[in-house]
Write a protein that binds this ligand. Structure first.
Ligand SMILES: O=c1ccn([C@@H]2O[C@H](COP(=O)(O)OP(=O)(O)O[C@H]3O[C@H](CO)[C@@H](O)[C@H](O)[C@H]3O)[C@@H](O)[C@H]2O)c(=O)[nH]1
Ligand SMILES: [Mn+2]
Length: 745
């Protein structure tokens, strides 16, 4: 038997995917055939043919990107127990949590995320937890102070009994009755934990009810008379692991960076950079874990899993691993994924394929970063010496001596083995300096260093910048899942999120960080660049998607056609594409253990998002490029429990509001319904030569209606389940105009 020391810490396993590859190639061949057919028959047709050709070209292009991204699918297996056997000196890790809004992001969620992090299995003298609160909310601070008291009993309890779920709200939902077959001692402690946790949540709830959560004196005095977007920095060391015990509780630091109305704070990216700097002067761990406030650590050994990548030598080649990303997985996901946002198949196949190229995208949460990479280093940086000159450091990192010293340590790979005692509160002053909002002026923060500014998807932009310097990333999806988050919302909430994503992604395309640049420099692999393009171009893709959904309606109303006629054998090409594509995607869902219903829900929602939310994302980028308005990060509402105010039957129903996004969706549906009515009732205009619309256009139009079924139901729904009247009449106005234009055209 091999000596444990020589066994690898992680293994790369290539998936066998020959059959899907063959299907993907056939679909590609069919798409090209369709394009060829369009070209050859162009002279017999006019504008419709060209439009269809352009749309289909874009779809074929997208298909090439998907095919390339999925080609080499790879899984990683990690062996944390082997890491433990090696008795290495484990590196410290700083853990970051971001929160913004105590209403949209209830503090009890942040508290649970923090508790789950404080309780992970890792020597606690190697960990530190930092919470950034962009809301400057005394309630959040109060909740964390209370939580740190509870942590003193919760963390030892979890470790003593090896509790699997260390976010108490989840633990006590799943183990809601006293566990059986256990020692009386455990039973007793379990009961105590449950009572204490209930008290904690009650305290937080009551504090949330009050207009001011607690008396703003003592530690809370900093919160009196401040405005959310106009206040000085607040940093509070809630708990210090003063004795530096490896079985104690990691330190917990609260911070709310300075905000001034005239100063652009760069949303989450700005918060992440402050977290990086404040932790830099305080604990300066060479690795950093970042999670959103609603993403608790679900696998207590996650830090060990991640270290299996960082310490295990990547690919047995040079050490060029920048970050380790875990997938976003959600708790309390609704059955059959009615809102199509659980992303299971996306992670399994598409990301699974990108993992085999240069590594997964950075997803903004559930990710371990190497600090020196965030500080702008390249994998083969021979210029360290130059970067370390005092002058260069100050210019890059700003005018804090404490911070530049800490950065120099990181860049020169000096080992910081554990957090030194009393360090943290001694650094408060330096921490205040680096958290100020003027600190970044004239430095490289947000440009070359830290989280990169200029996109509302700072995660993808930052990851791209890192990949673009030649680094790789790894994908860590242990069982049980590493992190679990609050299931994303449906209806308006999900539309806003999709719109923000497509906006941010397209912003990257039109920035100097365009993925083509590092590809030409030879740092970003071509196929990695293609994977990024698939993602980043969502906003542009909305246009052909929209045109293609309107085309059948247009053809029916004007009695023309964009599909081959049934008597032509070429009709088989689009039919085959349609059938094969749907069977292919269906098989992905079935192979992932999901239902056909989940597949159908996802098909619908993805098309719907593509045509509406992504298009609005495109529009906001256009407005930004024209200098008319700026893009903003709209925070997603998190529910503490799934739809507490809804009954089960309604929880999967689509909801609407008066947002203009819904006008677009409603219009597409109504245009197609109108066209079908016109066609069926025989009101089409004359075409004479038998070249009018036919069964092809009808099927396409019906398909669009089916994709927009959620909107169809919204036509008859009541309250938030119905499309608002104001949206309806605006949509009807557009439809009537469209029909008129068709008639004149
Ligand atoms: O000004 C801000 C805005 C947001 N956040 C935090 O950013 C996180 C993500 O915000 P959320 O509203 O939950 O956005 P999602 O769409 O759910 O986030 C996904 O997409 C974002 C980028 O598009 C990534 O940053 C996230 O990590 C990823 O989970 C949350 O912890 C927020 O508290 C801030 O700290 N400051
Ligand atoms: Mn979120």
């Amino acid at each position: 038997m091999a000596k444990p020391i020589s066994l690898p810490l992680h293994e790369r396993i290539s998936r066998r995917n020959n059959i899907p590859r063959a299907v993907e190639l056939i679909i590609l061949f069919l798409l090209f055939s369709l394009l060829l057919y369009r070209l050859l028959s162009l002279k017999d047709h006019g504008f419709i043919w060209i439009l269809a050709f352009l749309c289909e070209s874009w779809f074929a292009f997208t298909w090439v990107l998907i095919l390339s991204s999925k080609w080499n699918q790879v899984d990683y297996k990690t062996y944390p127990e082997r890491l433990l056997q090696r008795k290495l000196d484990l590196p410290p890790v700083d853990m970051f949590v971001t929160t913004t809004d105590p209403v949209l992001e209830p503090p009890i969620l942040t508290v649970n995320t923090v508790l789950s992090l404080l309780a992970v299995d890792y020597p606690s003298d190697k960990l530190a937890c930092y919470v950034s609160d962009d809301g400057a909310s005394p309630l959040t601070f109060y909740s964390l102070v209370e939580a740190s008291k509870f942590a003193k009993i919760w963390v030892p309890f979890c470790k003593k009994y090896n509790i699997q779920i260390r976010a108490p709200f989840r633990y006590f939902t799943i183990e809601s009755t006293s566990p059986r077959d256990v020692s009386p001692e455990f039973k007793q402690e379990w009961k105590r934990m449950k009572d204490e946790y209930e008290m904690l949540s009650k305290k937080i709830e009551e504090a949330a009810q009050r207009s001011i959560p607690c008396e703003l004196a003592g530690d809370f005095a900093d919160f009196s008379n401040i405005q959310r977007k106009h206040h000085p920095t607040i940093i509070k060391v809630i708990w210090e692991n003063k004795e530096v015990q490896s079985n104690g509780i990691p330190p917990l630091v609260y911070m709310s960076r300075e905000k001034r109305p005239k100063h652009h704070h760069h949303f989450k990216a700005g918060a992440m950079n402050i977290l990086t700097r404040v932790s830099g002067v305080m604990t300066n761990a060479p690795f950093m874990l970042n999670v959103d406030c609603d993403m608790y650590a679900n696998n207590p050994r996650i830090v060990f899993h991640a270290m299996c990548f960082f310490l295990g030598g990547f690919n047995n080649q040079r050490d060029d691993l920048a970050f380790v990303q875990s997938p976003q997985v959600f708790y309390d996901g609704l059955k059959d994924d009615p809102f199509g946002n659980q992303l299971v198949v996306f992670y399994k196949y598409l990301v699974g394929g990108i993992v085999g190229i240069q590594g997964p995208f950075y997803g903004g949460t559930g990710c371990f970063h190497r600090r020196k990479v965030i500080y702008g280093l390249s994998p083969d940086d021979n210029e360290i010496a130059r970067k370390l000159s005092n002058e260069a450091l100050l210019k890059t990192f700003g005018r804090s001596m404490e911070f530049t010293k800490s950065a120099a340590k990181i860049l020169s790979d000096m080992k910081t083995s554990s957090i030194s005692p009393n360090n943290i509160s001694n650094c408060i002053e330096a921490a205040y300096q680096v958290a100020g909002c003027g600190y970044e002026y004239g430095t490289s923060w947000g440009k070359e260093v830290g989280w990169i500014y200029g996109s509302t998807t700072e995660d993808v932009l930052t990851g791209l910048t890192i990949h673009g310097r030649g680094w790789r990333s790894a994908f860590c999806s242990p069982d049980p899942p590493a992190f679990l988050g609050c299931a994303p919302p449906g209806g308006p909430g999900s539309m806003t999120q999709q719109k923000r994503w497509s906006t941010g992604l397209l912003e990257i395309w039109f920035s100097t960080k365009n993925p083509l640049v590092p590809t030409l420099q030879g740092k970003l692999q071509i196929r990695q660049c293609m994977a990024y393009m698939w993602l980043i171009l969502w906003g542009l893709r909305s246009i052909p998607e929209l045109c293609y959904a309107i085309l059948p309606a247009y053809c029916i109303i004007t009695n023309s056609h964009f599909m081959p006629k049934v008597r032509e054998p070429t009709i088989l090409i689009p039919v085959a594409i349609f059938v094969m594509y749907n069977l292919y995607t269906l098989s992905e869902y079935l192979r992932s253990g999901l239902s056909a219903h989940a597949w159908w829900n996802n098909q619908r929602i993805w098309r719907l998002n593509a045509m509406t939310a992504w298009f609005f994302g495109f529009l906001s980028v256009v407005l930004k490029l024209l200098g008319i308005s700026n893009t903003v990060f709209e925070v997603t509402q998190k529910a503490t429990s799934t739809n507490a105010d809804d009954n089960d039957a309604n929880s999967g129903r689509f909801t609407f509001d008066e947002s203009p996004i819904f006008i677009l969706g409603t219009t597409i549906l109504l245009v197609n319904l109108t066209a079908l009515a016109i066609g069926l009732l025989g009101f089409r205009s004359e075409s004479g030569d038998g070249n009018g619309s036919g069964i092809g256009e009808f099927i396409c139009s019906v398909w669009v209606v089916l994709l927009f079924w959620a909107f169809f139901k919204g036509l008859f729904g009541k309250g938030k389940y119905g499309i608002p009247f104001s949206t309806l009449y605006k949509s009807w106005a557009i439809v009537l105009l469209f029909v008129q234009l068709c008639k004149w055209g």
